[in-house]
Design a binder for this molecule. Structure first.
Ligand SMILES: [Zn+2]
Length: 108
């Protein structure tokens, strides 16, 4: 099943969004707006708050520690990466795909 809405994600994803949004000073109404929006509509928040969504279309979960590929796909787990990018092999870890964590963008 494809997920389009943040409400379709796991409690962990929603809690991550809620916590990061709170840290960035969003009020309860703004947080609710975010939770009620489409996953694809939060790109700006992803960069600002320092999280990403999984590019495995079956998954889409939010995370701030996960995998990034050279061509800027992001995945919550190696399983999701390997399901989506079929040619990933053991030797590609550290070469093409990297485990990383995302930090909030600095704003002044
Ligand atoms: Zn995933």
């Amino acid at each position: 099943m494809r997920k389009y809405w943040v409400v379709e994600l796991s409690e962990e994803s929603k809690a991550l969004f809620r916590n990061l949004a709170k840290e960035h000073g969003l009020n309860e109404e703004e947080i609710q707006d975010g939770l009620n929006s489409k996953i694809g509509d939060l790109d700006e928040n992803e960069y600002l708050f320092g999280f990403r969504h999984c590019d495995n279309i079956q998954c889409k979960e939010f995370f701030n520690k996960g995998y990034m590929t050279e061509d800027s796909f992001t995945f919550c787990s190696s399983e999701c990466a390997e399901k989506t990018v079929k040619e990933i092999e053991e030797k590609d870890y550290g070469e093409y795909i990297f485990f990383t964590d995302w930090e909030p963008e600095l704003t002044y």
